[in-house]
Design a protein around this ligand. Structure first.
Ligand code: ASP
Length: 440
């Protein structure tokens, strides 16, 4: 059995967090490949080392003296090293970093040092081999990740290593060797790449929550975690703003059929969330999760006999396409068609779009409604259950919330509800409690 374990910044922010990580790894001998992030926040107002590095590099680029900023970063690492009683020496590394910063080695190089140095400490602490990700994770000249070349090189390197630490977040341009990072939160992607390269049985992603939560904890107090979620469901929830895992972390493992288990470093016994391709396990709550966003706007177009006018929908969408506006949803009736777009994207081009709509479609009426929030209620179990939509509507009606739009995807994986921005939080709570905790 082989497991890849990725630890996020909050799991590695201090020596005491490192100790928890070590006991998690020691508790299961199949946890053989470790992907660390850079040290994150130790407390609410703390600064992540990655942000300190960006800041320090900016100062170097501006030609300022960076010694204090670099010293603060160094202090973060030595606090960990000393707290763990290690003899790791990073002096040479810091000299090189200072030199490279002054030589303007690049923002990506700067940020990558966060995981690089944490990886060295972690390898020392665990007694594992340290692998520099820049040598095995490749990007092409346009900055696109090269999955196959990476998989081959990394697989070849790791096949002879029983245990290794591979820092997250960065790799390098294949042609030049220059360091390149993924986008923020990209250590999740590294974990997934390593899992594919060693054909892991499971990719454990350790963070500071006990899994993907059914609803946003900023809106619902202590929401329950999701036990099992499919990749497609997760994509629906992430798109609507639920954030646990970097979106691009899904592709490498999904392709290889490796499940992801989101776990909590501070509560390792909790089962967390399993993210899988498919499962016959259904959620006891019917719905898997819900997420939403504010700030949409709907353009309602009305025209008699619209249904028999071939090409009407295409002409409508042309007006949006020509103005570079992407649409989110498009519910339609016999003589009406509604296009839902992001308000901030639409506002600047509003009159241009309406003008074009008038010209191309000669509608009877166009109405605009702004400040619309969309809520996606997601659940693979919905298609085999009757009454899910009814239950959502009664929950909202009972709280006096007016539903302004409904759209159900043909996959029956989700139902999208539009409500006024000001009803958003209340609507999320109403739906959550009606499905998850009916006693409230
Ligand atoms: N340290 C990087 C960040 O803060 C990458 C990561 O933690 O995944 O975005």
């Amino acid at each position: 059995m082989k497991k890849v374990v990725k630890f996020g910044g909050s799991s590695l922010a201090s020596a005491s967090q490192f100790k928890k990580v070590k006991s998690i790894i020691d508790a299961d001998c199949s946890r053989r490949y470790v992907v660390p992030s850079a040290p994150g926040k130790r407390f609410g107002s703390d600064i992540k080392v990655t942000d300190m590095l960006y800041d320090c590099y900016e100062a170097a680029e501006a030609g300022d003296d960076i010694s204090d900023k670099l010293e603060a970063i160094r202090a973060r690492y030595y606090e960990i090293i000393n707290g763990l009683g290690l003899n790791t020496v990073l002096d040479e590394e810091f000299e090189t970093i200072a030199k490279n910063f002054m030589a303007k080695a690049g923002k990506d190089y700067a940020a990558s040092r966060g995981e690089y140095l944490n990886g060295i400490i972690m390898a020392d602490y665990l007694g594992y081999t340290f692998i520099d990700s820049a040598k095995y994770i490749f990007f092409d000249d346009e900055g696109n990740f090269m999955p196959d070349e990476t998989n081959e090189a990394l697989g070849e390197c790791l096949k002879s290593l029983d245990r290794a630490v591979i820092p997250g977040f960065y790799g390098s341009y294949k042609s030049t060797g220059k360091v390149k990072t993924f986008s923020r939160g990209g250590s999740d992607i590294t974990g997934s790449i390593v899992a594919r390269a060693i054909s892991a049985d499971i990719y454990e992603n350790w963070t500071d929550v006990s899994g993907v939560l059914i609803a946003d904890p900023r809106i619902v107090e202590d929401p329950l975690p999701i036990e099992a979620i499919t990749y497609r469901e997760l994509r629906e929830l992430s798109y609507m703003g639920a954030s646990v895992l970097h979106e691009d972390a899904i592709f490498p493992v999904r392709k290889a059929g490796i499940p992801i288990n989101i776990k909590n470093t501070n509560a390792p016994e909790d089962p967390g969330t399993m993210i899988v391709e498919s499962t016959c396990k259904t959620s006891k709550h019917i719905i898997t999760g819900l997420a939403g966003k504010k700030g949409f706007c709907s353009i309602n177009i009305e025209k008699d006999m619209m249904n028999s006018e071939i090409g009407f929908g295409r002409r409508v969408l042309t007006c949006f396409e020509d103005n570079g506006i992407s649409f989110e949803h498009m519910p339609s009736g016999i003589d009406t068609l509604t296009v839902i777009v992001h308000q901030d994207e639409f506002e600047a081009k509003e009159q241009l779009v309406i003008n074009e709509l008038q010209k191309l479609t000669s509608p009877d009426r166009i109405d605009l409604e702004s400040n619309l929030a969309l809520i996606a209620v997601v659940g693979r179990g919905m298609k085999s259950m009757r009454g899910t939509a009814g239950k959502i509507f009664s929950a909202l009606t009972n709280h006096n919330i007016n539903i302004r739009m409904i759209d159900q995807g043909s996959s029956e994986l989700n139902i999208i509800i539009g409500v006024a921005d000001e009803d958003f939080e209340q609507a999320i709570k109403a739906i959550y409690y009606s499905f998850v905790d009916e006693s409230l």
